[in-house]
Design a protein around this ligand. Structure first.
Ligand code: PNS
Length: 161
């Protein structure tokens, strides 16, 4: 049985992530999606447990996907889960340099390999950072995020935060 880890900061999960998770779930027997802190990013819009909940609700239709939340090194989570591989999505060449560096660091730390899967081109412009920005400025992101995320974003907008 091949168990893979799909880690990310998911602040929030968007339709590009979800499409990638659906693709990976079709390729491997078990997928663990992990909401993790990215020390290179700021505090974020959603707390970690809210991010985890949104992923869980968005992936409820995928029986071989489970969700975790972890603060620490991704290689430690790989070890704890007994995962075989890390899987990351690539939207564009601009993603590659940073992803390659992380993959090489993770491999150097623990020998775990990272598999890159290209995102579908019609979704490759999606980024959580842009979705947060557009939503904050009153734009409509409802087609870009799963419904459980949209609900929460509308709530935040209504509360004026
Ligand atoms: O969605 P992101 O922000 O591109 O995901 C990046 C993430 C969370 C996978 C990365 O920051 C990470 O692995 N964080 C955990 C801490 C860690 O292991 N850092 C060393 C990575 S080489």
């Amino acid at each position: 049985m091949t168990r893979v880890l799909y880690p990310g900061s998911f602040d929030p999960i968007h339709c590009g992530h979800l499409e990638m998770i659906e693709t990976i779930a079709g390729l491997f027997e078990e997928v663990v999606v992990a909401a993790m802190e990215n020390p290179q990013k700021g505090e974020g819009l959603f707390g970690m447990s809210e991010r985890e909940k949104m992923i869980e609700e968005s992936c409820a239709h995928l029986p071989n996907v489970t969700v975790a939340m972890f603060s620490g090194l991704v290689v430690d989570l790989v070890r704890d889960l007994g995962a075989d591989l890390i899987v990351k999505g690539l939207r564009a060449v601009s993603d590659f340099e940073n992803e390659l560096q992380m993959a090489q660091m993770n491999s150097a730390l623990s020998g775990v390999q990272t598999l890159f899967v290209p995102s579908a081109s019609r979704r490759s412009f999606l980024a959580s950072k842009l979705i947060r920005e557009v939503a904050r400025l009153g734009g409509d992101v409802s087609s870009m995020v799963p419904e459980p995320v949209n609900r929460r974003m509308n709530r935040i907008e209504a509360s004026g935060l």
